[in-house]
Design a protein around this ligand. Structure first.
Ligand SMILES: Nc1nc2c(ncn2[C@@H]2O[C@H](COP(=O)(O)OP(=O)(O)OP(=O)(O)O)[C@@H](O)[C@H]2O)c(=O)[nH]1
Ligand SMILES: [Mg+2]
Length: 550
């Protein structure tokens, strides 16, 4: 016999019997609800003083009968819709509202998250007769921000719209959108930022940068939201209401990804993933992804893999508490080891392996450096925020063909070139990976071998995109990283790049207050004076102060 779902406690057996009989009823696939079925539901509802509902399939058969309390109905678990699901569920919910109240937020959320065909509420009128009919169906994204269309008919007896036709048209529209999207092919994301310290401007700048990162990663950004909160929600980081909105929004726009502008704890990442059934990334992961996409050399690839595994390890451990506890109980090793244990052990082994290889590389590099030092060629290293124009500068002064493009982290592998100064002096000049604020710690550690090149530098050229509104924060971020690498004692020359994009008086003011050299790597303006300054610093004794580094 078919089951009655929900709040059946305390129902009389005659009531249970009549509820069960509901399964025998059928409606036409074209109407939302027949007056007969509506009356059956409202009478039962009035008698029990509870909401009564049915889930009806496209053939018009009743698949579930559900009882709630006076105000709401808990649907049986029919499974969440998958992210990016195009088709509707093929089930409509028709239920009673004791006070003829309109559809509630819960009703509409169920409609969207379960991708129901339609949600309808029949008002329970006098004597338990069916009254007003409220109903809603989803609508495709149309720029109005509406997720659904809600309508009301004064009675179940007036003519209802042809449900079948409405659903056909709707699914056709969804399909069209999905097809258009396949052609585009890129993953769609919504960016999410929270501002916890009240500094909205800073949060917005950081969000703008996240957008650039997403673009660099090849993700299509559909929307971004910034929530100002006093403190982070321990479970979801953002508020629950906000998360629900995001959920609805991503269902409608067929978004695959949520990208958070803040690092999520392993458990936040997991909870958000479970609550939305979307892929969830945070800023660190996004940067790691970009590095993974861009790594060219074997060394770069090893370093990125190491950073990714280190990031993933604690998240693996967390991903199934009960399993890992079980494994610990059994003794954990050998047979009886759970899949999770094996995964974790593999990851750890791989990390050890990668660390050894990177150690070896770092030794090789130091040998190479020692040889270079024997030849006594001084090294100039170009450092700076990502996209500041480091590679463009290297190309401009050495005619090297290093890839320079308007994307973050264009360069991951250090490139070294010889450069001949006047008077036949030679130096080595190297371009390095760009820095960014909140560079993931694991990544800095993994790129140790690459960054170690910087220790041999006799001079650091700190290249800055002087025209970027976030210039000062970028300078600070770079200096913080240099500090953490113990490189702040090195002679350093501030190179204010992209001066071509600034007003001359702003350039002058900048030089007066901050020192250094202004250049344009693309127009080559200022390059001669940059080289002259570098030359004096390197070859004239005690010239360190003259270069104006802070
Ligand atoms: N207007 C202007 N644009 C510049 C200048 N220098 C570089 N650019 C542009 O800035 C963008 C980034 O240049 P890159 O040389 O790739 O920057 P990078 O610092 O090497 O960046 P990563 O390797 O990604 O860290 C490119 O689109 C360049 O064309 C300049 O002096 N003026
Ligand atoms: Mg570069």
């Amino acid at each position: 016999m078919k089951e009655i779902y929900g709040n059946t406690l305390g129902l009389k057996s005659s009531e249970q019997h009549r509820l069960r009989n509901t399964y025998r009823r059928r409606v036409s696939p074209h109407e939302i609800v027949s007056p007969e079925l509506a009356r059956h539901l409202t009478e039962l509802s009035r008698e029990t003083n509870r909401q009564v509902g049915v889930l009806i399939n496209r053939k018009g058969d009743i698949e579930h009968v559900v009882v709630g309390n006076a105000h709401k109905l808990e649907l049986p678990d029919i499974g969440r819709a998958r992210a990016g699901q195009i088709r509707l569920r093929g089930l409509r919910l028709v239920h009673t509202h004791l006070k003829s109240e309109p559809l509630t937020k819960d009703d509409l959320t169920d409609l969207a998250l379960l991708r129901l065909d339609c949600v309808a509420a029949v008002g329970v009128g006098d004597e338990g007769l069916p009254g007003v009919l409220h109903f809603a169906h989803l609508v495709p994204e149309n720029g109005t921000g509406e997720f659904w269309q809600v309508s009301t008919l004064p009675s179940v007896h007036v003519e209802q719209p042809d449900l079948m036709a409405t659903l056909d048209a709707l699914e056709e529209e969804f399909n069209r959108k999905a097809a258009a999207r396949k052609v585009g092919g890129r993953e769609k994301a919504i960016l999410v930022a929270v501002c916890l310290n009240g500094d909205r401007g800073q949060a917005e700048a950081s969000l703008a940068e996240l957008k650039e990162l997403a673009r660099t990663a090849g993700v299509e950004v559909i929307d971004s939201v910034l929530q100002v909160r006093r403190e982070a929600d321990p479970r979801y980081l953002i508020g629950r209401g906000k998360l629900e909105d995001l959920n609805l929004r991503s269902m409608q726009s067929m978004v695959d990804l949520l990208i958070f502008d803040k690092d999520l704890t392993p458990s936040q990442g997991r909870h958000i993933g479970e609550a939305t059934s979307l892929k969830v990334l945070d800023r660190s992961q996004l940067i790691l992804d970009i590095f993974a996409q861009r790594a060219q050399s074997a060394e770069g690839k090893l370093q990125v893999e190491l950073a990714q595994l280190k990031y993933r390890l604690p998240r693996l451990v967390q991903s199934d508490d009960s399993l890992s506890r079980l494994a610990g109980g059994i003794g954990g090793r050998g047979p009886g080891e759970t899949k999770l244990e094996i995964d974790r052990r593999r990851v750890r082994e791989r990390i050890t392996h990668l660390e050894k290889r990177i150690d070896a590389i770092s030794r090789e590099r130091s040998v190479r450096r020692a040889q270079r030092n024997r030849r006594e060629l001084p090294v100039i290293s170009i450092v700076g925020y990502t996209n500041a124009g480091k590679s463009t500068l290297l190309n401009a002064i050495t005619n090297a063909e290093v890839l320079a493009e308007n994307k973050l982290f264009a360069t991951l592998d250090p490139t070294s070139r010889r450069l001949r100064f006047p008077q036949e002096r030679e130096v080595i000049i190297t371009d390095t990976v760009g820095f960014i604020r909140d560079l993931p710690k694991d990544l800095v550690a993994a790129f140790r071998a690459t960054l170690e090149e910087l220790y041999d530098a006799s001079l650091l050229l700190h290249v800055v995109d002087a025209a970027d509104p976030a210039r000062d924060e970028q300078v600070e971020a770079v200096e913080n990283i240099l500090e953490s690498l113990g490189l702040m004692e090195k002679p350093r020359l501030m190179v204010w790049n992209k001066a071509d994009k600034m007003a001359p008086e702003d350039v002058e003011a900048l030089l007066r207050s901050r020192g250094g050299v202004a250049i344009s790597a693309s127009t080559r303006e200022g390059l001669a004076s940059l080289l002259a300054k570098a030359d004096t610093t390197l070859f004239a004794e005690g010239a360190t102060e003259a270069i104006g580094a802070v």
